[in-house]
Design a binder for this molecule. Sequence first.
Ligand code: G6P
Length: 650
Amino acid sequence: MCGIVGYIGKKQALPILIQGLRDLEYRGYDSAGVAVLDNGKIERVREIGKVDMLAKKISNVIARSASDEAILPKKETASAYAKASADRSAALAVTLTGTIGIAHTRWATHGAVTEFNAHPHIVDGKLAIVHNGIIENYRELKKQIKDKNFESETDTEVLAKWIMEKYKALSIKYKGEDKANLLIDAVKAALVEVRGTYGLVVLHADHPDQLVAARLGSPLAIGIGEGEYYIASDVTPMLPFTKKVTFLDDGEIALINGDGLKISNLDNQIIEKNVTEIDWDQEKAQKGGFENFMLKEIFDQPTVYEDALRGRLEMDAGTAKMGGLNMSQEQMREIKRVMIIAEGTARHTGLIGKYAFERLANLPTEVDFSSEFRYRDPVVNKSTLVFVISQSGETADTLMAAREAKRKGAVVRGIVNVVGSTIARETGAGTYIHAGPELAVASTKAYTNMVAVLLLYALQFGRLKHTSLATGQRILQSLLEIPEKMNEILKRNNEIKEIAEKYQKYVNILFMGRGVNYPVALEGALKLKEISYIHCEGFAGGEMKHGPLALVSKDVPVVAILTKNQLYEKMKSSIQEVRARGARTFIIASEGDEEAKEVADEIIYVPKTMELLEPLLNTIPLQLFAYHVAVALGRDVDRPRNLAKSVTVE
Ligand code: G6P
């Protein structure tokens, strides 16, 4: 999400910036822009859509400006020529030649996807900024800023003007040598009063040999070349030029100029930084150093999960506030049924949502495959709330099902990851899960964030009638404790790998769970079959004796979720049944449950949480298990055969 690139040196900046934006495309974005300091003037081009579209616009602008040179009135009077020439240079003469510049890919947060909202933002034609993160107190700052001429709806433009005010104030005081520190001191003075997160780079037309970069929360790396520097959100754009990199830490600010790189904190203390020699190639860098995207995305979960909760919890009222629901409390009370429609992994999250909606909100909830829903005669009406869930927001069956539900008069809301995708646009309301770009075909972090969002929705409905304040607050508290617990599980990666290696030899593997862990068993089986090509199925524990038990033998192991909840004893009996038929068992159990070992050949412990929240944790060892089995079998984990990330055909 959002990417920053900056360059200062002897080469032309533009090609480096554009290529850098392309290298960061994998992060996801909806608009892009670039600014270059060209002969004392900041030139900027921004465009919504892909970097390719920005590049095309830049070529057009440059070509137009060159051809205008030709059509200037040659034989007219000198003053007419001068005027035409001045007009042209003011309006069109954008050549974007220059050896210092900044660029950005934006994923909309404050303000719609428009050219005006895209970065870089420029103040007074002098100061340009690119920024990732969110300035939480931008409204307060905006009130204090004298210049009320805002071009965009963004928090970033507010920050830019805020820095400019500090700059103007300091420039009256600064004389002589101080001037070299004017820009960085203005940025520091501005940031001291900022609340929120940022990774930012600033350039100023009167400081043509300087870039200032600062970080709080949003990553920034600085690549050190021969008399040149590269700045970017990650190391990918700089790797073709240099392997020497230093990473800014939170609270640090860098001044890059002719003399080199100086890093300090907001209290003006100089900080000595290590320079790291990066041995990754670009591809590995995009994967954050992991072997492939799936593993990276599994490990991303504790972080991106927090993005799903951010700004949506109301601790005092013990409830959630989902902005995209767009319904008054009265309208919410009129909802009598919930339907969840999705495919694949997204549908599994819906099954978890069903438990949450029924338990917390007392609302009858049905879950269906989009592909089935659209061809049956679903009974929905204006008192049915239909959630359509999709990572890509493009799954054809889910999109058609959403249209069908709308046509029948249901209240339809999307739960989507990809910003601006078709389902997001067509449902017009709903929620982004903020998992960031998910590139591995097998979904992992999107699953987790979908579950989180469904739990929040169920809580919001629950608190209207059924769920008490104390329970609501307990749920919120438990939701906040999840990332730490996820990290505990991720630390067991090697243990899980060792177990997985023992299971790679099987041709069939069954998964078993009950209650809220039944969908977890389905998801575990789906993950493993998708990427290992081993035949796997998930079952509800209580169903085993109604058929699947016939499949069990010493050659068919069973993976079972046996965490300490109300169905613990029942689940344990189901496991005993499969063991009695010779099955090898891999058990996911609650920390401290020694008894679980009695029914386990292999065991992985997970931290305890409230029963409804268990899928947020219990799924992670199964994701890692699937991953390691597939790696052991030499599969292409990120791109399994016959499957696509986004299924845009029926
Ligand atoms: C495909 C993918 C699955 C995904 C499903 C639904 O089958 O391989 O990982 O769960 O589509 O995709 P969606 O983008 O709608 O969540």
